[in-house]
Design a protein around this ligand. Sequence first.
Ligand code: ADP
Ligand code: 5GP
Length: 205
Amino acid sequence: MYSLLLIKPKSSPSHQPLVISGPSGVGKGTLIQRLINTHPNTFALTVSHTTREPRPGETDGVAYHFVSHDAFLSLISQNAFVEHAFFSGNHYGTSKKTITDQVAKGLIVVLDIEMDGVRQMRESNGSSSSVDARYVYIKPPSLESLEARLRGRGTEKEDDIQKRLAQARRELEYAEQGVHDKVIVNDDVDRAYKELEGFVFGSIL
Ligand code: ADP
Ligand code: 5GP
């Protein structure tokens, strides 16, 4: 189902896609943006499709491909996604195209996805259609700090914050299963970034 045969031969072990996950509001976007800004010729973020509404400042085709529910279902039926999930009332998915586009430029792709997407990619591991990726989990110092960050970001309404916090508990439990190659606690953003960079380059250089 998640056929990536076009991608596999181009991915050497040192250029494996980097899959970053963790609860909403933990700081994934902040850390990924810093990684890409610091190393623009090395990493590129995949542009997912989503049915959620754009936040102020988010541009279509840059933050996400913002699509209708019907358009998303149509892409599923065309087998366009590497993985896709339903999160907090909306669909999200990584297209095969967003990966192949960046890989073709010689860049290491970074995926910012939630746990069902990680699970799908993990489950395809070892099959002929698997994505040979590295999995990093960004963990909050506590649920209280996560809630404070989510509220502080000011991008979701109260009912969405509640849904995201409920999902955060599931994300934390999933990470306890030891499915990730690296777990980074995002306590201090500078410290956490150095740890991420160390992990990423530790296996590239
Ligand atoms: P995610 O992409 O995981 O949903 P964001 O990167 O949008 O999370 O971060 C959520 C909020 O938390 C943002 O307002 C961001 O500036 C803030 N933030 C990120 N890292 C830290 C940190 N280590 N300490 C405090 N606030 C942080
Ligand atoms: P947000 O609405 O805050 O941008 O994203 C909500 C959640 O969806 C985050 O945990 C983010 O990692 C996840 N997400 C974004 N794009 C994708 C995707 O393509 N696939 C999956 N499975 N999750 C995604």
